[in-house]
Structures are given as C-alpha cells and as structure tokens.
Design a protein around this ligand. Structure first.
Ligand SMILES: C[S@@+](CC[C@H](N)C(=O)[O-])C[C@H]1O[C@@H](n2cnc3c(N)ncnc32)[C@H](O)[C@@H]1O
Length: 181
C-alpha cells in the first residue's frame, strides 16, 4: 500500500516537473526564434473579456497567436459559427491541439501558420495578446483587411492609431481594449 502511494506521489511530481520544463522550453523557443514570449492569458482575464465581445452563432472568431487555445475554448461557450487559432510555434501549436482535442465540438480549427499571411477579411471577432513589437506589423493589415463592423480585442497593449470602443479593467491598470472597424 505504501509503495502504491509513493508511486502515485512520484507520478504527480514527475508530471509537474515535466509540465514546467515543457512550458519553459516553449517560452525560450518562442522568445529566441519568434521574438514573442509564449505567455498565455490568465483564464480569469479570458473569462472577463469573452462576454464583452458580442460573440453570436454567426461569428467567426480568430485568435492571432493562439498559444494553448484557452481563449478559443472559452469563445466556444458562446456558440460561434467557427473558431480559428493561428500559431507559428510548433510546440505551442501542439499544446493547443492537446488542450482543445475532444472539447472543440468540431468548431475549432488550428493552423500552424503566420497570422501575418492570413486573410483577415474573414473573422468577425479577433483576439490579440501580443507584445507591442508583434502588434506593429498587424496594424495596417487590420486597417486594410478587416470588414466593417469586425471587432478585435488587444489584451494589455493599445493598438496605436485606433480608438477603443471599450476598455475592460483586468487588474489595477492592466486592461484589455476592444476596437471596432
Ligand atoms: C503571448 S502568447 C498569447 C497566447 C494566447 N493567445 C493567449 O492569450 O493565451 C503569443 C503567441 O503568439 C504566437 N505568435 C507570435 N507571432 C506570431 C505570428 N506571426 N503568427 C502566428 N503566431 C504567432 C507566439 O508563438 C505565442 O504563442
């Protein structure tokens, strides 16, 4: 009995160490090669933001740099037509597949692609959690390609030259900004 308990505890410790190591490796690879840190939005923030986006059964929702896909899963609760996650880092992409597998209701599609090459005239709602350096090249693409009425949310950073229609306080001075074309 004691041996079984020790094996279970050792299993938990091994899994926890494995997950922490995997997370650190993904973060370092993202930072070195893609120059955007792999940091997921805390779920509590996602839960505050998602109801403000007006997702309906007609909505096509994109996450530009979807990380582990947590936002897509939360968006799914609002019964959108489709959710698409773009991810350039293979390990983050694999974590999104694992995270959404069996929970995606056939509506989440994950693409191992650079979102700068995506057609942004398709989505109604976009989720963006990126550092300013990664946001800059997106700005003109959003201006050119988004269809009128499309909304996007930037978590933690402003989209320069756009005026938010709503600000959501996530913690102290940390906000998400919703914009509409
Ligand atoms: C800060 S994380 C955000 C993850 C997720 N959206 C969230 O909020 O939890 C940014 C992600 O964007 C990805 N990324 C950065 N530039 C990208 C690009 N040009 N195309 C696709 N993914 C990109 C990174 O690999 C990273 O996983």
């Amino acid at each position: 009995m004691l041996i079984v308990i020790i094996e279970i505890i050792a299993g938990f410790i091994f899994s926890a160490v494995f997950l922490v190591m995997a997370y650190l490796i993904i973060s370092i690879i993202s930072l070195v090669f893609i120059r955007v840190p792999y940091v997921n939005t805390p779920l509590s923030y996602i839960k505050k933001i998602t109801p403000e986006l007006g997702i309906s059964s007609e909505s096509v929702v994109y996450d530009l740099g979807c990380g582990n896909g947590d936002f897509l899963l939360e968006a799914l609760k609002f019964n959108p037509k489709k959710c698409v996650g773009f991810e350039i880092a293979p390990i983050a992409y694999a974590s999104a597949i694992l995270n959404t597998f069996l929970k995606d209701k056939g509506k989440i599609s994950l693409r191992l692609e650079n979102f700068l090459k995506a057609d942004l005239s398709v989505p109604d709602i976009l989720y963006i959690y990126l550092i300013p350096r990664a946001i800059a090249p997106l700005e003109s693409k959003l201006k050119c390609e988004l269809r009128p009425g499309a909304k996007f949310v930037c978590v933690g950073s402003h989209m320069p030259n756009w005026t938010p229609i709503k600000e959501i306080i996530l913690k102290d001075n940390y906000k998400a900004y919703i914009y509409q074309k």
